[in-house]
Design a protein around this ligand. Structure first.
Ligand SMILES: Cc1ncc(COP(=O)(O)O)c(C=O)c1O
Length: 380
């Protein structure tokens, strides 16, 4: 058994029970046994999304649910506003263009949250904007967006707030109904703590009305048909039985623990990473740091791509580097999934060792001791 540690911002380490469930003998998805599981999962997803609306399961990665949002809401020629503060904001814009939308780009400096006043100004001068597309956490910069304030703003207009919560739903508070989010999206291999393969989407009543008249072609992701199938206790197409069974375990566990306590566990990991990074003389890249992933700015003397590779090959710790223009300049450490305290300590110790390998002035033993003391002083 490998002792390798995986602290990427997805895919994440799996709970041992999830691993066991995934290895169970296969059952057919049209059986009373699976029907029961599916009904429970669909109900419990509402708890995770904090909504009274239906939540749908797509057998597709997170980008699939992003595409689902667009094909269910857009008509060619529609105007949309994309908040672009990193790689996944760019993805919104690319996808919307593919489906014939006229895209208004609101470019935000990487590492910063959008200024809500700027969004307001754009909406005031462009009354035709139908969708406001954002991330809750822009994973490429480990930055959160002010979703609650955006919800208040967009609710006053005819537009819909569409939130990619792929590294947010299940990681920190994002109550869909309370914050007036019109479309919320989650992904299995991130804060939902499962392997890659499922994504989730929910629509507000306001969004359902728009979806009824939207004219984009849709087939696999047709939520109107999915809703009908779900009402009959089925998914529209074959269900990913092992993943749904594992999801049943995750959701039941979350309900038992309570979302607040679960979020507090992630916040503790994020606080730990930020504090220990500070004593390594590393600074945070983000000005609005997320609890699901932390991005650390590397000193100019450090070769970031080599550092990450070294961490993986020599020290068996997988974290992520920067993407696009931040490649080689930052590293990103994920806080989602099944993580034990000793793995947090080992990650920071190995990071210190990898930095020392590049002649960075650091004492890995001291970092290890500080890490252990930090976690001991703040038990879960
Ligand atoms: C915020 C965000 N959006 C979208 C995606 C794309 O998800 P997937 O790779 O599952 O399609 C990711 C994946 O890293 C993400 O973090």
């Amino acid at each position: 058994m490998s002792n390798a540690i995986l602290l990427a911002p997805g895919p994440v380490q799996l709970h041992p029970e999830v691993q066991k469930i995934l290895a169970l003998p296969m059952i057919h998805h049209r059986t009373p046994e699976f029907d029961l599981i599916l009904r429970r999962v669909l109900e419990n997803l509402k708890f995770l999304f904090q909504t009274k609306n239906s939540v749908f399961i797509h057998t597709a990665t997170g980008s699939g649910a992003m595409e689902s949002a667009l094909v269910n809401l857009l008509s060619p020629g529609d105007e949309v506003l994309c908040i672009i503060s990193g790689k996944f904001g760019e993805r919104w814009a690319e996808m919307a263009e593919v489906y014939g939308a006229k895209v208004h780009r609101l470019d935000v400096e990487w590492g910063y949250a959008v200024e809500v006043e700027k969004v307001e100004k754009i909406l005031l001068t462009n009354k035709k904007i139908k969708l406001v597309l954002t991330q809750a956490c822009e994973t490429s910069t480990a930055t959160t967006q002010p979703v609650q304030a955006l919800g208040q703003l967009v609710a006053k207009t005819t537009a819909l707030l569409v939130v990619d919560g792929i590294t947010a739903v299940g990681a920190f508070p994002l109550p869909m109904d309370q914050w007036q989010i019109d479309v919320l999206i989650a992904g299995s291999q991130k804060a939902v703590m499962l392997p890659t393969g499922l994504s989730f989407i929910s629509l507000s009543e306001k969004a359902w009305k728009i979806s009824e008249t939207a004219t984009c072609p849709r087939y696999y992701f047709d939520l109107r048909k999915e809703l009908k199938a779900n009402k009959n206790g089925e998914t529209l197409f074959s269900s990913a039985v092992p993943l749904v069974r594992a999801l049943d375990f995750i959701l039941s566990r979350l309900k038992e623990l309570g979302l607040e306590k679960h979020f507090a566990q992630l916040r503790r990991r994020a606080d730990f990473t930020r504090d220990i990074a500070r004593s390594m003389n590393l600074t945070l890249f983000s000005k609005a740091p997320s609890d699901s992933v932390t991005a650390l700015q590397l000193p100019a003397s450090i070769k970031g791509v080599e550092l990450r590779e070294q961490l993986e090959k020599k020290y068996e710790v997988t974290v992520m580097g920067g993407q696009d223009k931040e490649k080689g300049k930052i590293i990103r450490i994920g806080h989602m999934g099944y993580i034990q305290d000793y793995q947090l300590v080992t990650t920071m110790e190995k990071l210190a060792l990898a930095l020392q390998d590049q002649s960075y002035n650091i004492n890995p033993e001291k970092i290890k001791n500080e890490s252990e003391a930090w976690l001991k002083a703040r038990p879960q």
